[in-house]
Every structure is written in structure tokens, then in C-alpha cells.
Design a protein around this ligand. Structure first.
Ligand SMILES: N[C@@H](CCC(=O)N[C@@H](CS)C(=O)NCC(=O)O)C(=O)O
Length: 191
């Protein structure tokens, strides 16, 4: 029976899982799931979650490990790539929290904690920009650290949360990733 990936066409976490599924050639069905449905169907009240037979996985991290390993590969075997994944993911989690809080009318100005969150995204972008300068240039065989970085950057641009004009290396990295078919085919859109 085909796996069911619950999520949206805008979520960067879901996108990363969709890329891994496309790369591994595994059949799956994307079950479109809004916030209200995910709150009812999943304890974490978030997407993605995956149903594969009797197994339910509740986070893109475990879903990616499952997809990579069931296709005979490894998930984040390289320590530096694991750190790239973690740093990109921290920026993504933080940026999404700020985005959702803003939708509820909460902006960083009146809160030291939220201001620190916004500063965290900026500092991580600066660090990742420096790191991107030292990475090999390529158009395929992207690692999971690189894919998480790309899913973060492209989501932030899609939601107009980011301007890469001061992060030239990240802009160059994203341009290369945008030539990769599995990345192009999973670009965020609202229906
Ligand atoms: N750590 C989770 C994060 C997933 C996540 O934050 N998903 C967002 C959509 S992009 C969500 O469902 N947010 C709903 C909420 O926070 O209430 C993962 O990697 O799967």
C-alpha cells in the first residue's frame, strides 16, 4: 500500500520529504492537511506526518531517516552536513514561528524574546552565507543539509521574509539548487 504523507504544498518541511521521496522513487500519496486537520490527526499538531502501513512518523526528521534508509541510503552520515541541517533547521523553525505569530498580530518589537528570535535568524544567515562560500559548486547530489538550507531559503523568499541581496553566496547556492529537477518540481505554491 502506498505511503501517505500529510502536509501542504507550502511547508518547507513537507517539501524536503517530497524531494527525498521523489529521489528514492517511492510511491506515496500527499494528503493535503490544514492546521485544523493536523491538530485533530497528529499529537504534534503539525505537518508533515507520514503513515506507512502500521507506522506513523510525526516529524520531518524521522520521516527523512525512514525514506533514506528504506531506499538503502543513509541519513545525515556526515557530521558537518548534520550541523548544516541543524543550523538551517533552527533558522527555519524560528522564521516560521515569527511568521505565524505575526499572523496573530504579535511582532518582535514589544518582546525581548521575539527580538532575540529575529536576531537569531539574521546571525544564522550570516554564518550560512560564509559557509556557502566554502562549499563545492554543484548542480546535483545535494545532501540533506543542503536540501534543508534550500527549503528554508526558498520558503522565506516565497513568504517575502527574506532578501538575499546581502547574502550573495546563499543566493548563488539557491540558483544552483533551482536547476535541480526534484527541487523545482516541489516549489511552494498556494492553490
Ligand atoms: N519539527 C517539525 C516542524 C514542522 C512544522 O513546524 N510544520 C508547520 C508547517 S510548515 C506546522 O504544521 N505548523 C503548525 C503549528 O505550528 O501550529 C518537522 O520537522 O516536521
Amino acid at each position: 500500500m502506498a505511503m501517505q504523507l500529510y502536509g501542504t504544498y507550502t511547508s518547507p518541511y513537507v517539501r524536503h520529504c517530497r524531494i527525498a521521496l521523489a529521489e528514492s522513487g517511492q510511491h506515496y500519496e500527499l494528503v493535503q492537511t490544514d492546521y485544523e486537520q493536523s491538530a485533530r490527526l497528529a499529537p504534534a499538531r503539525r505537518v508533515p506526518f507520514l503513515k506507512a502501513g502500521d507506522r506513523v512518523l510525526n516529524d520531518s526528521l524521522s520521516i527523512l531517516k525512514f525514506i533514506r534508509e528504506s531506499a538503502g541510503g543513509a541519513f545525515l552520515p556526515d557530521v558537518d552536513d548534520c550541523d548544516l541541517f541543524a543550523l538551517s533547521n533552527t533558522a527555519l523553525d524560528t522564521a516560521i514561528n515569527l511568521f505565524l505569530l505575526e499572523k496573530d498580530g504579535l511582532t518582535p518589537e514589544p518582546s525581548n524574546y521575539l527580538a532575540r528570535q529575529a536576531g537569531r535568524v539574521g546571525d544564522i544567515l550570516n554564518a550560512l552565507n560564509q559557509r556557502a562560500a566554502t562549499r563545492p559548486e554543484k548542480n546535483s547530489a545535494f545532501t540533506d543539509g543542503e536540501l534543508r538550507l534550500g527549503c528554508f531559503l526558498d520558503w522565506a523568499l516565497f513568504r517575502e521574509r527574506l532578501d538575499l541581496s546581502e547574502h550573495a553566496e546563499l543566493a548563488r547556492f539557491l540558483e544552483r539548487l533551482k536547476q535541480y529537477p526534484e527541487f523545482v518540481e516541489t516549489a511552494p505554491f498556494t492553490g
